[in-house]
Ligand binder design. Structure first.
Ligand SMILES: Nc1ncnc2c1ncn2[C@@H]1O[C@H](COP(=O)(O)OP(=O)(O)O)[C@@H](O)[C@H]1O
Ligand SMILES: [Mg+2]
Length: 373
């Protein structure tokens, strides 16, 4: 039987846990055409959440358009992809997308190449020289299409922090904002990881996207939601796990959505009929084994001070500047401690939320505990 635990991909409706408040807030925003900016560390569930919101809210009058910038490094690529996705998501027949393309992107001759599946598989290529000159047309394309078709368009842009790779990220942001802020029928959901960088894009008054929309900091998912989900995942597939055993999985994985699903899957896999504490222990040991090469490499790239810093966090220390902690783990000067925090956060090895510092990967935390403490 197939497992109900899913990880490393956009999860289906049946594997989706909680996020009630966030879903409501995002639905209301898209209904009222209010822009949203959604930020969290990697793998906390941004992409899954927006996909779920789209599933729940799309109808004939509300169209969701998805744009993932994970492989986009230049402005030209951005315009190409934005134009293609807008046309694709709002047309049902290929004649329609050719027509829309020709109508709204006048300065360009869009070339459509059709793949195996002519309905969904096509690419639009635009001449690079003309592309920058036509940036304006492309940046207004969403509003024009929405007006023409009488629809509300929700444009979802994932991994937005990648725009910092562009040649002139600041000028680019100014340009985007100057067009998008006038749109009435279109709203934007912009989301991304590297919390530090994303926060800078949206929280600094100096930046063009400051106060662009409703700013949401996505949190992890609390244990009380995971426990019934895990129990059901076992039960529906003819296996069993008791509530007090199920609770250990989110506890060990510090409620981290990806890792809770990951460990749940490993436990499920090792279970014939009932998952016990021993099963979880075994699953965890196997995972740590699998990850050892990766973590070893990670540790090789750290300075001794940085490793000491991680040991302190892994051991549950909260006051990294306290004299006793500095001495016990040998953390160096206050300046050094401050610098390490920034470096480790930028490398996405730790996550800082307010005063809380966590090792991003809860398995890595267990691994450090096992081998270094
Ligand atoms: N609401 C959720 N319910 C259950 N699992 C989730 C949820 N959100 C995220 N996950 C788990 O975390 C993984 C990573 O989520 P994803 O949406 O890709 O994160 P992000 O976009 O923030 O990097 C998913 O594949 C899934 O295993
Ligand atoms: Mg994502």
């Amino acid at each position: 039987m197939k497992s109900q635990f899913e990880f490393g991909k956009v999860i289906s409706d049946s594997s989706f846990v909680d996020r009630e408040d966030e879903r409501k807030r995002l639905s209301a925003n898209s209904e009222s055409a209010i822009n949203t900016v959604l930020i969290s560390p990697r793998r906390w569930g941004k992409t899954s959440l927006i996909a779920q919101v789209a599933r729940e809210n799309r109808n004939e009058k509300t169209v969701f358009c998805f744009l993932d910038l994970f492989n986009i490094r230049t402005e030209e690529e951005f315009y190409q992809k934005l134009a293609a996705q807008l046309i694709k998501s709002t047309s049902t027949k290929w004649e329609e997308w050719v027509e829309t393309g020709r109508k709204f992107i006048k300065n360009l001759v869009p070339r459509f190449s059709i793949g195996d599946d002519p309905l969904h598989d096509f690419s639009i290529s635009l001449d690079i020289v003309a592309l920058k000159q036509s940036a304006e047309e492309i940046l207004d394309l969403s509003e024009k299409i929405a007006n023409e078709k009488g629809i509300r368009l929700v444009v979802c842009i994932d991994e937005f922090q990648n725009i910092s790779f562009f040649d002139q990220p600041l000028a680019f942001q100014k340009q985007l904002r100057s067009y998008w802020q006038h749109h009435q029928q279109v709203c934007y959901i912009i989301y991304g990881s590297k919390k530090h960088m994303m926060a800078e894009l949206f929280q600094s008054p100096k930046m063009p996207f400051y106060r662009f929309g409703d700013l949401m900091m996505l949190q992890k998912i609390e244990k009380e939601y995971w426990i019934p989900f895990i129990i059901k995942g076992f039960k529906d597939t003819g296996k069993e796990i008791k509530a007090e055993v199920a609770a250990v999985i989110p506890e060990m994985m510090e409620n981290h959505p990806y890792y809770v699903q990951f460990l749940s899957y490993q436990c499920w896999n090792l279970t014939d009929s009932e998952c016990t504490f021993q099963t979880i222990e075994q699953a965890c040991a196997e995972l740590l084994n699998q990850q050892t090469i990766l973590y070893q490499r990670e540790v090789d790239n750290l300075t001794n001070f940085q490793l000491n810093y991680l040991k302190a966090i892994a051991n549950g220390e909260k006051q990294m500047n306290a004299a006793a902690v500095v001495k016990k783990y040998n953390l160096g000067t206050p300046g050094n401690i401050k610098k390490m925090k920034v470096t480790l956060e930028n490398k996405e090895i730790i996550d800082v939320t307010g005063k809380t510092i966590e090792i991003s990967d809860p398995l890595f935390r267990l691994w450090i505990r096992k081998y270094f403490l």
